[in-house]
Design a protein. Sequence first.
Length: 369
Amino acid sequence: MRIFKYIFKMSMLNTLISFLVIIGLVWVSQSFRSIKFIFEKGGTIIDFFQLSIFSMPAWLSISVSFGFFFGVFITFTKLENDRELIAMKSSGLNALQLSYPIFVIGIILSSFLFLNFHFLLPKSYSFYKNYEDNLRYKKPQILFNENTFFHIDKKTFFAKTINGNELDKLFIKDYSSKQQTVDIFAKKALFITEKNNIKIKLIDGIKIISKQKSNPLIINFSEDYISFNKKNTKKIARSDRVIDLKEFTYFELIKMSNSHPKSRGIYLAEAHSRNVFSLTPIIFCMIFLSFFLRIQHSRYDNIFKKIILISSVFLIQIILFSMKNIITKFEEFTYIFYTIPLLLIIMCFVFIKYETFSYLNFKKVKNGL
């Protein structure tokens, strides 16, 4: 029991440190883009942190899984280098007994990811998109990027270059009316923020108005305006905009897969991937233990074992992501998606049991001698 607590505490501490390092790297990588995205365009530090916090649950799967793997890897490498692992085995502990603390942590983290995917992620990502939408209406220049299509208020925008509130070579497609669509090309444009409206002043351009069963009307202008009303953050609902798949719960995705046959695979892939990726901490711990606790024969064998171990973990993550993409096109592979992690867990468990059996036989032979 004392050894169980010792391995458990050390593994949890190293897992926490590894998780914080990985989530920190993810946050920094996102921050470089967000800092330019917000501060150069009139945003605030509050906007930056709000968007960062709300988007974080989307990154928890990789951060928690790899944080756990590297945390356990560091723990057992230290135990091995300090000869503590040999001492534990010499005291009579087999591979299965040494695995118990890691099993427990793996189950705890998998349960956490399950709750994250099914409850925290849809809520937080919905808050993220709502907050982002609010910024679009309050300060639309924040979310405008050069050479990128941007959608707001049933209008699509594309600007060649952006400098503060000034846009060069702006294209706008207005499809807010059912009777007509309007295409606008302007050499320059300026954002003008008023109390209840946001205007874009268009300079030197052309407007093409297209109606059904009639020729397009072409209008040249030296100055024109396009505007839309500001919206209050609290009034922006999920139904007011294009919804990201991450905002749906598991049951909503399953329901939508039945009501949208043409996009069925996309909804099924997102729904079932949440269950599968929740199992990654258990998969990683099983793979780790099946490799790391096997009987060593030489120093080179030990180095080769660690290289194969790390490579296997990254390979499995790639396979799972690839399977998710395959299901979007071939929904029949949904059951195979579950089969892969379950087979890996069973195979690793059998291997650990075999190592335990081999160790016990080795111990009996040694005692007999």
